[in-house]
Design a binder for this molecule. Structure first.
Ligand code: AIR
Length: 190
């Protein structure tokens, strides 16, 4: 079964720096899926990280509950379309990551989103508690999870891309340089 993405809000091409060429027909390597357009602000954090590292990606809204058939079709077609990692964010009864994982052998990284009175705990449990046999690698709730999902996706891509691995090492070095270290000691040294 093949199909086009349910509803592609944005499709971005990679910058020339990292993995792919800058041509507009470059194939996305990572997809960022979310259950609602209302998730876009938070899941945009994943897109930012991928852009920083020059990874071609696409952003798609598709719901496990509101458009279940389109969700299944998207997931089934993903590998043949050249996608390598799927990042999936959803809030409330967040079945999207599991539903996607049910229909693909690509790695699925789930981001539970804060929405409604339970503030993301509902989505966290729904995303992380996948029954054995259908894994969803689950990240933290919200923007932290969205950023880390993208970094993890790049780490997966970097397994077969030394240039990308070096770019990740550079980012780690920058992060280390930004940490202040010991600020003060008591009693102070003379
Ligand atoms: N959602 C949409 N379909 C299934 C689920 N779990 C989630 C979205 C969003 C929340 O429901 O991922 O976080 C609220 O969506 P909306 O469209 O009502 O704002």
């Amino acid at each position: 079964m093949t199909s086009k993405p349910t509803k592609s809000i944005t499709k971005r091409a990679a910058k020339p720096a990292a993995r792919s060429s800058a041509h507009s027909d470059v194939k996305p390597l990572v997809a960022i899926l979310m259950g609602s357009a209302s998730d876009l602000d938070v899941m945009g954090e994943s897109a930012k990280v991928l852009e920083e590292l020059g990874i071609a990606h696409e952003v798609v809204v598709t719901s496990a509950h509101r458009s279940p058939l389109e969700t299944a079709q998207y997931a089934e077609a993903a590998r043949d379309r050249g996608l390598q990692v799927l990042i999936v964010g959803a809030g409330l009864a967040a079945h999207l990551a599991g539903a996607v994982a049910a229909h693909t052998t690509l790695p699925v990284l789930g981001v539970p989103l804060e929405s409604g009175p339970l503030r993301g705990i509902d989505a966290l449990l729904a995303t992380v508690q996948m029954p054995a046999g259908v894994p969803v690698g689950t990240l933290a709730i919200g923007t932290t999870g969205a950023r880390n999902a993208a970094l993890l996706a790049v780490q997966i891509l970097a397994l077969s891309d030394p240039r990308l691995a070096r770019a990740l090492l550079d980012r780690k070095a920058e992060m280390t340089a930004a940490v202040q270290g010991l600020v003060r000691r008591f009693p102070e040294d003379r």
